[in-house]
Design a protein around this ligand. Structure first.
Ligand SMILES: NC(=O)c1ccc[n+]([C@@H]2O[C@H](COP(=O)([O-])OP(=O)(O)OC[C@H]3O[C@@H](n4cnc5c(N)ncnc54)[C@H](O)[C@@H]3O)[C@@H](O)[C@H]2O)c1
Length: 338
């Protein structure tokens, strides 16, 4: 069966793109990779050859002129995200850009404005929104049993960073966006920070959400990239949900958690949902599980008008605003309103 596919070009063929994004594109029928661009010609040629694009380029404008894509993915340094995203949006072409979409809040807002003025949109690489363990948790929160959100705890440990804002912009931003996905907008923040020259950074922040719920974010760096840690705990008036590193989602509730099988009775207070380990990409590092397949599938389908675009450039602006507020709170020792 043939599936309608969007013609999409890709800018950037470095580590993240080749490890986690291109391999998933091969498993998305709606995503037709038409061209690859990288300032290093060998990288563009390699990715184009390996993942089936007809052409490779070293210049973005030349690629856009020649291939007239329906959408463009951008994955490189933050400064390049900003510059290339402007080139793409200026032409009215839908954009997928890795996080952070720009180095500063003002530049990220410029991208929002450009998209709006040109009648187009941008999606940001907040893949945790597409990790099945997180989507299942949110689905449960929307059901009758969960009740009202009261508190949200987000913890993440990563490899070393040399300053706090960089850790938050390049890594913490994922948990911050996950916090907004699960808890909505934040009204106010108070943060403590620790920084040392050896690469250890730590932030502990208290959050107050607009809906009245409270939250904690604990982000730290310093151990190693091979033992990253992630945990999310969500508490509602009717149930608690624990998400272990986007791998399992456990619901703690007196009521049954997931489907009640016909003719059987479930006992106990805890129900655990395991993310399937046999989907495309798992063997290469759990890409489906971590949301990379989902975000790229969503981008292609949004171009085709099958789903609403998102998470958007506006979501990235909200996340960067929160990062700046945390930095301000650490600096001033005061609570900061968003
Ligand atoms: N979502 C995630 O889980 C995740 C994980 C890792 C990295 N990332 C993001 O991915 C991005 C890339 O990280 P990386 O480690 O792959 O970097 P990288 O340096 O390995 O790759 C960047 C690539 O962009 C190319 N490039 C730079 N300027 C260009 C231009 N003007 N036109 C065309 N190509 C250009 C470079 O030649 C390089 O090949 C970063 O922004 C990072 O934040 C996201």
């Amino acid at each position: 069966m043939t599936v309608e596919a969007a013609r999409i070009a890709f800018v950037g063929a470095g580590n993240h793109a080749t490890e986690s994004l291109y391999p998933n594109i091969a498993h998305i029928p709606e995503f037709d990779l038409v061209a690859v661009c990288d300032i290093v010609p060998e990288r563009a040629q390699y990715a184009a050859r390996k993942y089936g694009a007809l052409a490779s380029f070293t210049d973005v404008e030349a690629m856009l002129d020649k291939t007239q894509p329906q959408g463009v993915c951008v994955c490189g340094p933050a400064e390049m995200h900003y510059a290339v995203s402007l080139q793409v949006l200026r032409r009215g072409i839908p954009l997928f850009v890795e996080k952070p979409p720009a180095p500063s809040l003002a530049q990220a807002q410029e991208l929002v404005d450009m998209a709006r003025n040109q009648g187009t949109w941008g999606q940001v690489g907040f893949m945790k929104r597409f990790a099945p363990a997180n989507t299942v948790a949110r689905e449960y929160m929307n059901g009758a049993t969960f009740g009202r959100l009261s508190s949200l705890t987000l913890m993440h440990g990563s490899g070393p960073y040399n300053d706090v804002r960089r850790m938050l912009m390049f890594n913490g931003i994922h948990m911050i966006d996950l916090g907004r996905y699960l808890g909505g907008n934040v009204r106010s923040v108070f943060a403590f920070g620790l920084t040392d020259a050896s690469g250890t950074q730590a932030v502990a922040a208290s959050l107050q959400f607009v809906n009245g719920a409270v939250g904690q974010l604990n982000m730290n760096s310093g151990h190693s990239w091979s033992d990253c840690f992630e945990m999310t705990y969500i508490s509602g008036s009717g149930a608690g949900i624990m998400i272990d590193a986007s791998r399992t989602t456990e619901v703690m509730s007196g009521a049954s958690a997931f489907a009640q099988p016909a003719g059987q009775q479930l006992f106990g207070w805890s129900n655990r949902y395991y993310v399937s380990g046999n989907m495309a990409g798992w063997a290469a590092g759990g890409h489906y599980t971590r949301g990379y397949w989902g975000e790229l599938n969503h981008f292609a389908r949004a171009i085709l008008g099958q789903v609403a675009p998102g998470p958007t450039l506006e979501d990235a602006v909200a996340a960067i605003r929160l990062i700046d507020a945390m930095a301000e709170s650490i600096e001033s020792g005061r609570q900061v309103a968003i």
